[in-house]
Structures are given as C-alpha cells and as structure tokens.
Design a protein around this ligand. Structure first.
Ligand SMILES: O=C(O)CCC(=O)C(=O)O
Ligand SMILES: [Fe+2]
Length: 403
C-alpha cells in the first residue's frame, strides 16, 4: 500500500513523475469528460461496476486538472467521493477518523531555548524512539510560518481556472502543482493537492513559481536552511559525533518542498489525506496549520502530531536511520482525510544529501566490533535507480540495504 513518498528525489529525475502517455485535451474538454454522466467519477458506491476501468478514471481526473479542491468546488463531490479515492476496506483508517483514540504515547516538544545539553538529549531521545518531535523557540518568527501556510492556502483557494494554468506533474522547471503526486503509482488516491518545489541546491527560476506563493516559499526555504543547520548540529551531537558531521556530508543541500492542501473530505473514513509511509531522506522539517490529521505510528497505535502554534515538526528519514546505524528511527506516518470544513495545510521540506555519488552508510564512528554496521554502503544514485524501478517496497531504503 506504500506509495511513492511525496517530494523526495522526484525533483531532478524525469522518471519521478510517472506520467501516462500524453493525450492532448483542451481544458474544457477535460472538464466535460470528467463531468459526463458516463464517468464513474460520479460513481461512489463501494462496488465498482463490472466495466470499471480505474486507470481511465484516474487519467480523466488528472486531465481535468481540477485536483481534489476543484472537484469539491465543482459540486461533484460535496457528499461523496469518487471510487478512485476508496481505499480497500482492510486498509482504511481504523478506528474511523472521527473517533480518534486517546493514546499513551505523544510526540515530544523540545524547547530550543533550554541549555544545549538538554536540547541535544531531548532530541536524541525523541529521534531514537518516536522518530518525530516538535520544536519551539527555534528562532523562526510565528508570522513567517503563518505567511508561508497562508500563501499555500490562498493559492489552493484561487478559482479553479487560475490553478489549472499551473497544474502539471513534470519537475523539469523545478516546480509542479498537481493532485496526489503518486496518483499513477498508488492503488487508491488520497484527498490532497500538492505544490512541489525543488528548494536546493538550485531553487527554480522565481517566475516559474506561482505568484501567490513565490516570495513565501523562497523565504521559507531560506528559513529551513538556517534552522536545518542548527538541527543537524543537535542530531550529530546526540550521536556523539562532531557537530558539523551531518552538514559536511551535504545532508542539507538537496532539499525538496511539498506544500500540501487537504480540503474538507465528505467521506473521510473511506480514504486518506496521505497514506502511511516513511520519508526516505535525512530529516523533514514541517509546518502545519491548526487543523491536524498527521499521525505517527508508535507500536500498533497511531498518535496525533497535535498542531502547536508556532511549533515546527521534525522527523527522521530513512537515510538518517541508516547513517546513525539505527540509533535514530525513521517512523511511518500518515495524514487522515480532513473531516472539517476548514482545510488542512502543511509545508514539508525534505532534506537530502546532494552528493549522489559518494558512499552513504552507518558512520564509521558509530560502528565497532561490539556494534557492527546494520547496513551496507550505497550511493544515492543507486538508491534512486532502485526506487524508481519500484524494486523496493515498504520501508524501502532501510530494508534493502540492511545487512
Ligand atoms: O502533511 C503532513 O503533515 C505530512 C506530509 C508528509 O508526511 C510528507 O509529505 O511526506
Ligand atoms: Fe512524510
């Protein structure tokens, strides 16, 4: 069920966005097609008709350039969601999203204004258990976070016709806007639209970024770079290695941004906002609005990553789990479909190494006779190739390279 994670390597590889063969269609035609009564996008019963052609439906939806927000605004999905979004009964949120259980676990909040040894210790503990934590007093002004989130909201709430002009999956220019970045890979679609942006090493040409989010996403990218450096310092120190170790490995230099919009979903128990996955990179830096829905898996429980005003969510990715020889944990997380009228907005920045030909594996400082390496070494190019050939599944990177 695990699908391509949002916004990791996709950026510079043309293979990243498995787009079906182009079929020229005018906007209006696309819209007519999706709205025609013969389209099973209007079919919402759990039982697909015998002649149900899922790929055709998916493609029609993509060609319509509506995204889920446009589908909702078109009036097509105000009470029920099309079949392409229905996840199989055994793979739906359980228990239903409206009755989230209380759990004994929680995602730690680390106050970065505490003395450094305390911060390092708390980040180490969170990273080696839940794999997620939130940081406060991090130096990024609240209004900068709000500006970023509000810009993403404003873009998604533009009239559908204006957004359609930006709708495409290819990342050749370093920016895309589409629904479900994994639309053609996943078995069931989810209820979100996403702007993806290559953030580093080379951000896109500003004129290729939709104007409504242009300044804000570029500014956010700079904030994340500053914050990321501090963060990598804490994470390195927690491992007992030189403070600059992860930074020197270029772990911050390959960044991708995914700005997600999760509108109201009329049937949130049939689908997801984003299905369960781990992030393949080093660390992810994420801001979210007040709506909530992000959950992290702790044992068999799904624990809410509660929105905290001004806080920034950090999670460990697969590469850092490997580099740390399993001291840090890359943990599965997901987003429930949004049952509220207020949309959920989040902006994730995936920090990856930029060095694709160097060898990555457990840090030699962390390996000894008593603590053997859990992984073999690999290059990012190798990983990317396997990743896009879909040779890997589940906790892709960690399982594949595990010794
Ligand atoms: O929207 C969120 O809160 C989570 C996003 C996420 O996990 C991802 O993009 O990989
Ligand atoms: Fe993620």
């Amino acid at each position: 069920m695990l699908s391509l994670p949002t916004g990791f390597f996709p950026i510079s590889s043309s293979k990243t966005t498995a787009t079906p063969p182009p079929q020229p269609q005018s906007k209006n035609l696309a819209k007519r097609t999706i709205m025609s009564s013969s389209s099973s996008l209007t079919l919402t019963s759990d039982q697909p008709p015998q002649d149900y052609d899922r790929l055709k439906e998916v493609k029609q939806f993509d060609d319509s350039k509506l995204g889920v927000k446009g589908l909702l605004d078109s009036g097509l999905s105000t009470t029920s969601i099309p079949l392409i979004f229905h996840h199989p009964p055994g793979a739906r949120p359980n228990p239903p999203s409206q009755t989230r259980p209380t759990t004994s676990h929680s995602v730690p909040i680390v106050d970065l204004s505490a003395p450094r040894p305390t911060v390092v210790d708390q980040i180490y503990r969170a990273s080696s258990t839940v794999g997620f934590f939130q940081i406060t007093n991090h130096g990024v002004p609240l209004h900068v976070i709000q500006r970023t989130v509000n810009a993403v909201k404003a873009f998604n709430e533009l009239p559908t016709e204006s957004k359609m002009a930006h709708y495409h999956r290819g990342m050749n220019r370093g920016v895309s806007f589409s629904t479900n970045v994994d639309l053609y890979q996943s078995k069931a679609a989810s209820w979100r639209d996403t702007i993806q942006m290559r953030a580093a090493p080379v951000p896109p040409n500003p004129s290729d970024i939709p104007e409504v989010v242009r300044e804000e996403l570029l500014e956010w990218n700079e904030e994340v770079e500053r914050l990321g450096e501090k963060l990598l310092g804490f994470l390195s120190e927690g491992l007992g290695v030189n403070e600059g170790r992860l930074k020197e490995m270029t772990c911050l230099e390959g960044r991708t941004m995914a700005a997600h919009y999760y509108p109201y979903c009329p049937q949130p128990d049939l689908t997801y906002g984003l299905t369960s996955h781990t992030d393949p990179g080093v660390v992810t830096v994420l801001v979210q609005n007040e709506v909530g829905g992000l959950q992290v898996k702790c044992g068999e429980e799904w624990v809410d990553v509660e929105p905290v005003e001004g806080a920034i969510v950090i999670n460990i990715g697969d590469i850092l789990q490997i580099i740390s020889n399993d001291e840090y944990k890359s943990v599965e997380h997901r987003v429930l479909a949004n049952p509220l009228q207020e949309p959920r907005v989040s902006v994730a920045v995936f920090c990856n190494p930029s060095n694709r030909d160097g060898l990555f594996g457990p840090l030699p400082e962390l390996v000894s006779q008593g603590k053997p390496a859990h992984y073999r070494q690999f290059t990012l190019s190798d990983y990317m190739q396997r990743f896009f050939k879909k040779e890997l599944d589940g906790k892709t990177l960690t399982n594949y390279y595990r010794l």
